[in-house]
Design a protein around this ligand. Structure first.
Ligand code: MF3
Ligand code: CO
Length: 280
């Protein structure tokens, strides 16, 4: 005998969950843990951003980042991930993302993208910012401002019932309306116990059929990479550093965001720093 009602129920469940079936909905205790991880990673990002000054090597900046992560009882979420060899990602000027620490010294007028991912008590906060070293040309300053605005516009679309595509389009519109281009080869992502979870969050309209619907409890790393010139990128021989093909500068901003019943909640904010930092 065929158990039709339960089959129908199962089919209904599959249809309802198919598009999101790999996307983890965080439980309340996980969200609380994500806030703490976000608090540590955003605090460290701020500290590293204000540490940057002309003459420091990226190796020194990376060591400082690692020290601060450990100070708060966290671990770098990037070190060792797919064999990534550094504590944080430091990308200068035409370097887009995933720059490797070296003896190279940052100079007045450079812009430096800093990407900090912290694992704290099993959950990850992932965030990035781009800062000028001392100062930079106004056209480059504007690139940074527009990229941060694109991030904010993307975050504002992280609403239950919207699709990932709404975030993507909003970021792309802001970047391109200002005459810049959006990198396509690297995208934002779900984040939780792992650095990269479903869904992928492109910073452009990929035109590809179905885009996942956002639900309360999803935690997303939204991270536009915006180029002053052309969108094309290439990979350095080190296998990590991504560069603009035209050699013009690129900016990168990122937050980890919670989709709620109401407004999106930014998890990577210093207010979420655990009140009693644990020294290791
Ligand atoms: N925020 C970046 C990303 O999500 C950092 C990853 S660096 C890696 O891709 F080393 F972990 F790959
Ligand atoms: Co990320």
């Amino acid at each position: 005998m065929i158990d039709r009602p339960s089959q129908c129920l199962a089919l209904d469940w599959v249809l309802k969950h198919r598009e999101n079936n790999m996307i983890h909905i965080k439980k309340d205790h996980e969200i609380e843990a994500m806030r703490l991880a976000g608090g540590v990673s955003s605090t460290v990002l701020r500290e590293v951003a204000s540490f940057v000054r002309p003459g420091l090597s990226t190796f020194e900046i990376d060591q400082y980042g690692g020290d601060r992560i450990r100070h708060y009882g966290g671990k770098s979420a990037f070190l060792g991930y797919r064999d990534y060899p550094c504590n944080i990602c430091i990308s200068i000027n035409e370097e887009v993302v995933h720059g490797l620490a070296s003896e190279r010294r940052v100079e007045f007028g450079d812009i430096v993208s800093l990407d900090v991912g912290v694992c704290y008590e099993g959950y990850i906060g992932d965030n990035a910012t781009t800062v000028a070293v001392g100062g930079c040309e106004p056209v480059v300053q504007r690139l940074m401002e527009v990229t941060e605005q694109a991030l904010c516009d993307g975050i504002s679309q992280a609403l239950a019932g919207n699709k990932v595509l709404d975030i993507s389009r909003s970021i792309q519109r802001t970047a391109e309306a200002n005459g810049y281009s959006v990198v396509r080869e690297f995208v934002g992502h779900g984040v939780g116990k792992k650095v990269h979870e479903d869904p992928q969050i492109p910073n452009f309209d990929d035109g590809g059929g179905r885009s996942p619907v956002l639900r309360p409890g999803m935690t997303l790393a939204i991270e536009p990479m915006v180029n002053l010139g052309q969108r094309q990128v290439e990979m350095l021989e080190d296998g990590w550093t991504v560069l603009t093909r035209d050699g013009l500068p690129s900016a990168h901003f990122e937050h980890t965001v919670l989709v709620t019943e109401g407004e999106p909640e930014i998890l990577t904010c210093p207010e979420n720093l655990p009140s009693e930092p644990r020294e290791l």
